[in-house]
Ligand binder design. Structure first.
Ligand code: THU
Length: 164
């Protein structure tokens, strides 16, 4: 038996103003995307903006449904849209933000487990790290260098379908 451990490194910025011009613009686009959320049930509007390797930015927002589980998170709306419109183009960075009409969202929003897994698929597919920029409506920004930082020991097809 061996005892192992994993360390996750990430950066914390005091505010969006500490980001590079490119990252700040991507985060601003995530904020804009949040305005297109359809979130009448949770009142929690999430916006995501994905920067592709070809320089294109694809935005997404959460889309809810009266049958609750049928809705989709902003991150998956954005990445599936990007993958469908630009097949074969790797993802560089995804900026995610959230706001609510009910509470003040001043802590960075972190993607749900399902979205982490969905984003992981494209990191593996293109063999390029996908960087994360996370923030609330206001406040600090977190930067993570790849999906592994959010989803260590993730499930990958190569360990399941191509094992042995
Ligand atoms: N949501 C996202 O869009 N992204 C996340 O990472 C977490 C949650 C959405 C789903 C639902 O519409 C609302 O936020 C409340 O959970």
């Amino acid at each position: 038996m061996k005892r192992l451990s994993l360390t996750i490194e990430y950066l914390e910025y005091e505010s969006i103003d500490e980001l590079s011009a490119e990252d700040k613009s991507l985060m601003q686009q995530a904020h804009e995307a949040g305005n297109t959320a359809y979130a009448p049930y949770s009142n929690f509007s999430v916006g995501a903006a994905v920067l592709l390797e070809n320089g294109v930015i694809v935005k997404g927002s959460n889309q809810e449904n009266a049958a609750y589980p049928t809705g989709l998170c902003a991150e998956r709306v954005a990445i599936f849209s990007a993958a469908a419109q630009f097949p074969g183009v790797a993802f560089k960075t995804i900026a995610i933000t959230a706001k609510s009409s009910k509470i003040s969202v001043s802590n960075p929003v972190t993607p749900c487990g399902g979205c982490r897994q969905a984003i992981s698929e494209y990191e593996v597919l293109y063999n390029k790290p996908i960087r994360f920029l996370l923030m609330g409506e206001t406040g600090k920004v977190l930067e993570l260098k790849n999906v592994g930082s959010l989803l260590p020991l993730r499930f990958e097809a190569k360990n399941a379908f191509h094992a042995g």
